[in-house]
Design a protein around this ligand. Structure first.
Ligand code: FAD
Length: 397
């Protein structure tokens, strides 16, 4: 049986980073993944350019039943630390919007950087490996793999969440947590497009591809100001993805399609200058033409001139465009979700080391636990920060 100081399961963002940091500090680390390549999600991320962190990382950008849990790790390994590492590897980057940092060239550079850091830490990486069983005794953890067994005093679960099964996602981490008596909070898809109910979906399908700067608000009052994208399945775009993490089935969301316009004032002004102008042409000055035409066909925008528009119609119009209440049918689910909400209950873990309180030597890092970030580099930063905190503990203890 091969022996290591630590075994890490999952060669994704958190697992690779943790392995590299612990290996460089002197630990003999085995990193296992069931896939053919490490960092498959990193390669797909940020449209192939990996949005690897955010300039404005703060605990408020994370969802968890315990909102304080993420604070320690985020403060100890910050976005600036990761930016520093990216810089040392000569990876050029740029800020796209809202503090989101992307590689200028390709996400492959981030994977190459992590592989190089693992090599520097003499990490043993085993791909295409299945973990058949895990047992604990006084020596630590013994794992049966397909073809061999391995042992270490410390075991780190970095197997991620359920989003995108096509990229290797499995419920492995939750099963390990349950095996050792840890609570797993219910999971659901986050950062995911909304689907719509039949009549509305069919009515809006002609708008597929239309994007509108919007403010979307959930029933709990959380709101996001970004673009909304109409799709052939429903609603997407950054504003919708962000809000989906705060939405519960059955709830309504409120959409302001003209967040920067005093619509009443704008219509009154236009009416004074061009009383015979059609309402449709007036609205097309501030909204995409296709959207205006579709809403007129659905009789949400009256086919009248500005002077014909009465005050009841005008206030209904303002309601429609600035407080449109939509009840999503659901979400597209894990198939297209960027993250999994819920997971291993953080109350079971130490926020300083990520170690399970009930199972000494067992650690959980990254997305497998109940910490999920906003869209925009926050999830990778959680992977780096939680992995770094864990790596310190692997080496200390
Ligand atoms: P993962 O990166 O998912 O790694 C888990 C690893 O464990 C995988 O390699 C998997 O193969 C392996 N594994 C799973 N089960 C087993 C098993 N049974 N045995 C062995 N190995 C196993 N976040 C951002 O911050 N910025 C972005 O730009 C961004 N873009 C994204 C784009 C897409 C399409 C998706 C799906 C997600 C994106 N995210 C982004 C979210 C981000 O990818 C995740 O939050 C992050 O990868 C989580 O890191 P992790 O290491 O915990 O898990």
């Amino acid at each position: 049986m091969e022996k290591f100081d630590a075994i890490i399961i999952g060669a994704g963002a958190a697992g690779m980073f943790c392995a590299a940091m612990a290996g460089q500090a002197g630990s003999r680390v085995l990193l296992i993944d069931n896939g053919k390549k490490p960092g498959r999600k990193i390669l797909m991320s940020g449209g192939g350019r990996c949005n690897f962190t955010n300039l404005y990382v703060e605990p408020a950008a994370y969802l968890s039943q315990n909102p304080h849990f993420c604070k320690s790790a985020l403060a100890r390994y910050t976005q600036w630390d990761f930016i520093d590492m990216v810089g040392k590897h000569g990876i050029a980057w740029h800020e796209k919007t809202l503090g989101q940092l992307f590689c200028d060239d390709s996400a492959q550079q981030v994977v190459d950087m992590l592989v190089a850091e693992c090599e520097k830490g003499r990490v043993t990486m085993r791909l295409r490996s299945e973990v058949l069983s895990i047992e604990r005794d006084e020596q630590g953890y013994t794992l049966q793999l397909n073809g061999s067994s391995v042992q270490a005093a410390k075991l780190v679960i970095a197997s991620g969440g359920l989003s995108m099964p096509g990229l290797g996602a499995t419920p492995f981490g939750y099963k390990v947590a349950e095996q050792f008596g840890l609570k797993v909070l219910p999971t659901r898809a986050g950062l995911v497009p909304f689907t719509l109910h039949k009549p509305l979906l069919e009515q809006l399908q002609v708008l597929s591809g239309v994007s509108v700067p919007s403010v979307i608000t959930a029933e709990n009052g959380v709101s996001f100001r970004e673009s909304l994208l109409f799709t052939h399945r429903g609603l997407s775009g950054p504003a919708v993805l962000q809000l989906s993490s705060y939405w519960q089935p059955g709830e309504f969301v409120s959409v302001n399609l003209l967040p920067d316009t005093d619509l009443d004032g704008f219509i009154n002004e236009q009416r004074n200058v061009h009383p015979n102008q059609s309402l449709k042409n007036t609205l097309a000055m501030v909204l995409p033409k296709r959207l205006v035409e579709c809403l007129q066909q659905l009789q949400q925008i009256p086919d009248v001139t500005l002077k014909q528009l009465n005050s009841r119609q005008q206030s209904e119009l303002v309601e429609t465009l600035q407080a449109w209440r939509v009840q999503p049918n659901g979400t597209e689910g894990y198939r297209t979700a960027e993250v999994t909400l819920g997971g291993v209950d953080t109350n079971e873990l130490s926020s300083r080391t990520m170690e399970a309180k009930k199972a000494p030597g067992l650690y959980f890092i990254g997305e497998v636990m109940d910490v999920s970030g906003w869209l925009g580099g926050y999830n990778f930063q959680w992977a780096w920060s939680s992995a770094w905190a864990c790596a310190q503990a692997l080496v200390e203890g």
